[in-house]
Design a protein. Structure first.
Lengths: 749, 162, 454
């Protein structure tokens, strides 16, 4: 969004009369009534920027108290991606105040706007944009108020450092200005945004506000919460999906030291104790005493892709251009796949709840406090207004981990024990065994090259379950709901529509190809529980597309980078590709010793968000097939870069995480149940295996839209690894994880 | 009653001697840094020091450390006055969700106390027992290197005659 | 008079020495003009060589932790000092690239290098000597087709005067029984295949057979138990400490997958042995399994089954309940100064070990084999038990496998000793271990010095 120089007169005239009566109470956004706000969807013909469309009143976002304290509200949650800091940067910049002058309140169904889920790398696009614009508009209002007070023209005044100053030296603080005034007015479609050239805090690597506390023992996570009289709970999960609790003698467990209550509702079983270790002891005893009737029949893991592809599917053609049967001079085909992947949050999910005076409060690290609140209300049969969900940080979730389930679990327990704050912590085995995984996917691709080495036809099909079973009000998606005496049924899964997509996210190549057909086989039946894992279907689709691009480049005798540029028209895409190649020192026809390969890959997340290109050195030990990643260079274009260090942090992390997925990870299961229950049975990368170095180069686009960053690095990493392995060994592997055993098998003696 | 020495202070705690040290630190002594990650000694989020050795507090019954000096992140410094390792991690912005970082800090502290100038390989080997899911490894390594440098420089400073 | 006797005696000694010295001189085998091209070896031969090298586990000694494969450099500690494994890549100057096949065969059969130098028996040529001509040729083909690496060999660090190669020569004179393997006509071909593989390339006896004071294996007590790298290699014959007699199927599972039902997981030096053995074809692993199963002695099937059943029952009965079992009522004095070491050990076990080593009815998850079935707690000494407690068991990074954390630093020597005594008493029918304190303190000392050497 380019900076607008809106004339003051135009701005005021569209705003109409100012509304009187600003909040005097401490910084709480004025009576939210989010439903009201929701109804007040801007009915202007023009879209409001970002989440302002959903919550158009300025005081939903910004409050200024009489003492000049500024509070900013966001419906998004801090997941460890640094969003708290970045949003404050946006507000501080546009309000022209110090970074330290702003207090941020995050996702709380009683205090903040409803911005749905913190997911899909939307935080900056949605909330950042809203806050940026709201703050700019508030700055404009403050100047107008001061102009009226000083009886001067607005363009003579400056809003800076918490006050508005006139040329003759008069000044009035923001807090004094709005005292008695109301910011309860609708936002406008355009804002007096500052020129990026004048930025003093946006675009700067401001240190994150949450880091010092996290590194010095502050109470920063929901796991750290302590309340008076708080009790510790543990659930007992069944041994397999759908098992029914036949018998459990709770009497002996009730007598164990510290045990306060055993909660049983159908097959839902939990224990509550005074001390945490007492709760664990009791959980183990209950687990040992419980008798289950197991019915689960899981498919054979070895044939999982065949199995999934054989299930009924809803087929959608999502790209259909020209004649995809165009033959060209050479046709190549390949199939690719990836297994179920675990979020593997380092801290198993946790939630705290208190049911008191007819009101249920849940402290949770969910990604969506509003949808969760609606779902829990239905689960425990309370009106929505009687349930409050407050986001408190957990460990990184990378999508839907156990957070929503543990919140539902604790809600059931707390509802049964009014007046008692309950803290429920999942065990490692429960998180690994019961979280909804990233779905297993497979793809088949064929393409034709003409005699100029250009792709003339492209055929791509991808098979996948849904990538979201997130709670949206119906409880049946959550574990607790399914095991109650009167269980809720899960609603039928629906595909996420394009252009964002789920299993088909990034299934359409960004490359310019005249004839192309892409089909998404959406498979509703889910033999294994699945939901959103960071970047959804993108890593698999880009793994396939970008591996295949290398295979095509090989067939065309072309350099992989040149081959991509030959088919890329988007100038910003070309820029990241060129930048990554240049900073890496990519040499066409580099002569590398056996066992060393350079891998390259590129993707634009969702074909509409951030651009990312990655080049890396990959070594493969011939004798063992072991992979070591050397130098990694990434180029990222996230639009206007608010916190460059935050972008680097996210992309570095995405690369390490995604390389681990590609090389080591897969959920394992036998015919009855998931068997990967801890880090010994679900290995991931350790320090000895992380890359030698990662350098992230940011192409900053001041004034451009925020494109998000949290998920742009995942997809190209996997393909870059596979391409590096292919160049190092001469063999092409297409089924993740790319383990040493698989690689050694392929390269032979 | 079990007698504990944590961050230089004496405590008498009345818990089942089997109780893992982690729960005593968090729930009885109200220290937040050491975290529950797995309870199986596989991830290191619970790492604290006993003497100069890093241990998994999730698997160490409190009775085992009775009378031995236990150190947690809280004992290394505060947000206003962080210790050298904490300072290095803050300066390198070495965290994403941050959940694993206290464990990383304790293991780094133990390494640098034993080996003030570790090589890259030695740093990686020392941190091997600890997992990070966000992929913050590169920054953690940078922070460890930075801490080593600053601690060596600090030691040299101290040795310089005034 | 006496002087003449002495003089005569000295003369005999000198003559004997001269004769011995002359005998010990071995000719140099001329270097090849050119390193053989990889294409000069048949793919089948190379493949067979790879399989045998996999069984022989060449890489474990001939590769340093972060070094190139087969380039050597790994220190091999012996009671006589430290040796360094040599570079066996086909590098002409620093490896074996100039070695003709004859020289390679002589090295494996006779323990003599191309230039005539005698090898110390840390290189187990007393086993490789049993290899057949074809197999030795295959291993040669495999090594000659590896990546050549330039890395100079290090000279050994031995206690004077053992650093003279004459001692190696002398050792060979006394103890080397040259091969190749001679089949035992009274046994079937499968048994012989297993015996051949175990005794030749497999060199299992190097760790699992006791040695005399000069470091030679006691042929009269084959597979009676030995040592390797600070661990003990348990007896694999009738003195096997395993409570359940090993069946061929269980041995196959252990060697192929590193884990056997009713026994447990490969630990310590057996971990790389098993993981490096992956290339050996199934038939060969089964032959090895059958051979070792036969060593446990001619017990009739019914007796073995009864023994297994009893062992399983005993082990299950002795399992600690994860939430309150026989150990949890034990109290412990502050600082662990209780007089009753066993109750200390019990309490430590309940808190530190039982989370995973419990009776299996808690959280469904991968769970270790009942301790009572493990060889480790039934061995004559606590060496292996202490190693496992100190170091834990770790899969290779990025790979699936049993993961037990180490307790070095967490438990004091006294606490480890207490747990060792408790475990022995709780889970084994064997008499108590002696000198547990000494075993613990020497193991922790070894570990500490290994760490500081890193």
């Amino acid at each position: 969004m380019t900076a607008h120089r809106v004339s003051r007169r135009l701005f005021l005239s569209t705003g109409g009369a100012l509304v009187v009566g600003f909040a005097i109470s401490p910084a709480v956004a004025q009576p939210q009534k989010p439903e009201q706000n929701g109804d007040a969807q801007a009915d202007t013909a023009q879209q409001l920027p970002g989440s302002l469309q959903k919550a158009p009143y300025l005081d939903s976002w910004i409050a200024i108290d009489a003492k000049n304290g500024i509070t900013v509200f966001t419906g998004k949650a801090e997941l460890g991606q640094g969003i708290k800091t970045t949003l404050i940067q946006c507000a501080a910049e546009q309000l022209n105040v110090d970074f330290a002058a702003i207090k941020l309140v995050t996702a709380d169904t009683e205090r903040t706007p409803n911005e749905g889920y913190t997911a899909g790398s939307h935080s900056m696009q949605d909330s950042g944009t809203a806050i940026l614009n709201a703050a700019a508009q508030v700055r404009g209002i403050l100047i107008d108020l001061a102009a009226a007070r000083f009886n001067m023209a607005a363009d003579q005044l400056k809003a800076q450092g918490g006050k508005v100053t006139a040329p003759d030296g008069q000044s009035v603080s923001y807090g004094e200005l709005v005292t008695g005034q109301d910011l309860h007015r609708m936002a406008q479609p355009t804002s007096p945004l500052k020129d990026p050239k004048d930025f003093s805090v946006m675009g700067k690597p401001v240190p994150r506000i949450d880091i010092p506390g996290k590194l010095t023992g502050g109470a920063m996570y929901v796991q750290d919460m302590r309340m008076n009289g708080m009790l510790h709970a543990r659930v007992v999960r069944p041994p397999s999906y759908g098992a029914q609790l036949l018998n459990v003698d709770t009497a002996a467990v009730q007598k164990m030291p510290g045990v306060v209550n055993v909660v049983r509702d159908g097959s839902f079983l939990a224990v509550v104790a005074n001390g945490e270790f007492q709760a664990i002891d009791a959980m183990n005893a209950l687990s040992a005493a419980a008798e289950w009737h197991e019915t689960a029949q899981l498919p054979e893991q070895r044939d999982i892709h065949q199995h999934l592809e054989s299930l009924p599917s809803q087929d959608q053609t999502i790209d259909d251009r020209g004649d995809p049967n165009e033959q060209g001079v050479r046709v190549l085909k390949a199939r690719y796949s990836r297994p179920y992947l675990s979020h593997g949050s380092i801290g198993p999910s946790c939630a705290v709840a208190l049911y008191h005076g007819g009101k249920l409060t849940v402290w949770t690290h969910t990604q969506g406090v509003y949808p969760l609140r609606n779902t829990i209300a239905n689960l425990v049969h309370l009106p929505q207004g009687a349930v409050r969900c407050i986001h408190v940080e957990g460990a990184g979730c990378y999508g839907q981990n156990g957070a929503d389930d543990v919140a539902a679990d604790v809600a059931v327990i707390a509802r049964a024990m009014p007046g008692k704050p309950i803290r429920l912590q999942w065990m490692r085995e429960q998180e690994h065994g019961w979280e909804p995984y990233g779905p297993a996917q497979s793809a088949s691709v064929s393409a034709a090259l003409d005699d100029n080495g250009k792709i003339v036809a492209w055929n791509y099909e991808v098979w996948s379950n849904t990538h979201s079973t997130r709670p949206e009000g119906l409880p049946g998606v959550l574990i607790a709901a399914r095991y109650l005496e009167h269980p809720f049924q899960p609603p039928p899964p629906k595909p996420i529509p394009m252009p964002e997509g789920g299993g088909d996210r990034n299934a359409i190549p960004l490359y310019t190809i005249a004839n192309s057909r892409v089909v998404y086989h959406f498979i509703p039946e889910m033999p294994i529980r699945v939901s959103a894992l960071r970047s959804l279907g993108a890593p698999m689709n880009i793994f396939a597309i970008e591996s295949f691009m290398d295979e095509l480049a090989n067939a065309a005798n072309a350099d992989p980078v040149e081959f991509r540029l030959k088919h890329l028209d988007d100038p910003r895409a070309r820029d990241v590709v060129a930048k990554a190649a240049q900073e890496f020192g990519w040499k066409k026809d580099a002569k590398l010793p056996r066992g060393l390969g350079h891998g390259f890959a590129f993707a634009r997340y969702k074909n509409l968000a951030a651009y990312c290109a990655i080049a890396m050195e990959v070594s493969v030990e011939h004798e063992t097939g072991a992979v070591k990643i050397g130098r990694v260079v990434a180029a990222v274009d996230s639009g206007q870069a608010v916190n460059p260090d935050g972008i680097r942090n996210q992309v570095e992390g995405a690369i390490v995480q995604s390389a681990s997925w590609a090389l080591y990870e897969s959920v394992t299961f036998d015919r009855k149940t998931v068997t990967s229950r801890d880090w010994s049975s679900y290995p991931m990368v350790r320090f000895s295996l992380v890359p030698e170095s990662i350098d992230v180069h940011i192409i900053d686009r001041p004034g451009e839209k925020f494109l998000g960053t949290g998920e742009c690095g995942q997809a190209p990493t996997q393909a870059a690894v596979a391409n590096g392995i292919a160049r190092a060994t001469g063999v092409r592997l297409r089924d993740m994880p790319l383990t040493p055993a698989k690689i050694k098998q392929a390269i032979g003696v | 009653m079990i007698s504990l020495n944590v961050n230089g202070r004496q405590h008498q705690v009345d818990v089942d001697p089997r109780t893992p040290l982690l729960y005593v630190l968090r729930n009885v002594l109200k220290l937040n840094a050491a975290k529950f990650g797995c309870g199986l000694g596989q991830c290191g989020a619970c790492t604290v020091l006993v003497g100069t050795s890093p241990i998994f507090s999730c698997l160490t019954p409190v009775s085992v450390v009775a009378g031995r000096p236990v150190r947690t992140v809280e004992g290394l410094g505060t947000a206003d006055s962080p210790g050298p390792v904490q300072k290095a991690f803050i300066e390198e912005q070495s965290a994403q969700c941050g959940y694993c970082i206290p464990g990383m800090i304790m293991r780094t502290q133990a390494l640098l106390e034993r080996n003030p100038s570790p090589t890259e390989t030695q740093i990686r080997a020392a941190l091997e027992p600890n997992l990070c899911r966000c992929g913050t490894h590169m920054r953690i390594l940078r922070a460890a290197r930075r801490a080593a440098k600053s601690m060596t420089a600090g030691a040299q400073q101290q040795r310089r005659p005034t | 008079m006496i002087w003449r006797v002495l003089a005569g005696f000295m003369l005999v000694l000198i003559l004997a020495f001269v004769g011995f010295y002359a005998w010990s001189i071995r000719p140099e085998i001329p270097a090849l003009a050119e390193t053989p091209a990889p294409s000069s070896f048949s793919p089948d031969q190379i493949k067979r060589g790879a399989q045998l090298a996999s069984l022989g586990d060449c890489t474990t000694c001939h590769t340093t932790r972060n070094g190139r494969p087969y380039a050597g450099g790994l220190p091999v500690p012996t009671p006589f000092g430290t040796l360094y494994a040599s570079n066996i890549t086909p590098d002409r100057e620093t490896g074996i690239g100039a070695w003709p096949e004859d020289a390679f065969r002589r090295a494996l059969r006779e323990g003599v290098g191309r230039k005539g130098t005698h090898y110390y028996p840390a290189f187990p040529y007393d086993h490789f000597t049993f290899g057949s001509d074809d197999d030795i040729a295959a291993i040669y083909a495999f090594l000659m087709t590896r990546e050549p690496v330039r890395q100079l060999n290090r000279t050994p660090d031995l206690i004077f005067p053992l650093d003279s190669r004459l001692f190696a020569a002398g050792w060979q004179l006394l103890f080397l029984h040259k091969g190749p393997y001679e089949a035992d006509a009274s046994k079937d071909p499968d048994w012989n295949r297993g015996a051949y593989l175990a005794d030749s390339v497999g060199h299992c006896g190097a760790c699992h057979t006791p040695r005399n004071f000069l470091g030679a294996e006691e042929r009269g007590d084959r597979f009676g138990g030995g040592t390797g790298e600070n661990w003990t290699g348990p007896a694999l014959n009738q003195s096997s400490p395993a409570p359940v007699p090993w069946t061929a199927d269980q041995l196959y599972a252990y060697l192929r997958h590193g884990f056997a039902d009713q026994h447990g997981t490969a630990a310590g030096p057996m971990q790389p042995v098993v993981s490096n053995m992956q290339k050996l074809p199934d038939e060969d692993v089964r032959a090895l399994a059958a051979y070792f199963a036969s060593l446990e002695g001619p017990q009739e099937a019914a007796a073995r089954e009864r023994q297994a059943k009893d062992a399983v029952e005993f082990a299950q009965q002795r399992e600690v309940k994860v939430a309150g079992g026989p150990a949890t009522n034990a109290t412990i004095g502050s600082g662990g100064n209780s007089d009753d070491a066993n109750s200390d050990g019990a309490a430590i076990f309940a808190g530190a070990c039982a989370t995973c080593h419990h009776d299996g009815r808690a959280l469904p998850a991968s769970r270790p084999t009942p301790i009572g079935l493990s060889s480790v707690v039934n061995e004559p000494t606590p060496t292996n038990f202490v190693q496992i407690v100190l170091n834990g068991i770790h899969p290779q990074p990025g790979m699936r496998g049993p993961l037990m954390p180490g307790f070095a630093g967490a438990l004091t020597n006294q606490q480890i000793a207490a747990v060792a005594s408790y475990v022995r008493g709780q889970f084994s029918k064997q008499p108590a271990w002696q000198n547990v304190d000494k075993a613990v303190s020497s193991a922790t000392r070894q570990q500490a010095s290994a760490e500081s050497a890193q």
